[in-house]
Design a protein around this ligand. Structure first.
Ligand SMILES: [Zn+2]
Length: 97
């Protein structure tokens, strides 16, 4: 049984995940004191990136769901929210040196 503390924001990392044949990954640490971790392929854009964030967050929120259930729910939420105009806004890059 997995335990995820949903009051804590997971750590989010963007990097190339090609080697893992995945668009994103969700990690739940065995040690409950540690934060969960979401990794997203840094090459993703637009709706695919949006859906992948929803997908990985859902794995953390409801860890007992099957991969098919997570795929189905995240795809549907992405469809509804995207059609309502929700988009990923890139975080501003710091220009200080
Ligand atoms: Zn998945």
């Amino acid at each position: 049984m997995f335990f995820v503390d949903l009051r804590k924001m997971p750590k989010v990392t963007l990097r190339k995940l090609g080697r893992h044949k995945a668009l994103g990954m969700a990690h739940i640490p065995m040690d409950r004191r540690l934060r969960c971790h979401i990794e997203i392929d840094s090459r993703l854009k637009g709706r695919e990136k949006f859906e992948t964030f929803l997908h990985e967050a859902l794995h953390l929120a409801l860890p007992d769901l099957s991969e098919d259930e997570v795929l189905k729910a995240a795809r549907f939420q992405a469809l509804v929210l995207w059609s309502e105009g929700y988009r990923h806004r890139e975080k501003p890059v710091s220009t200080s040196q």
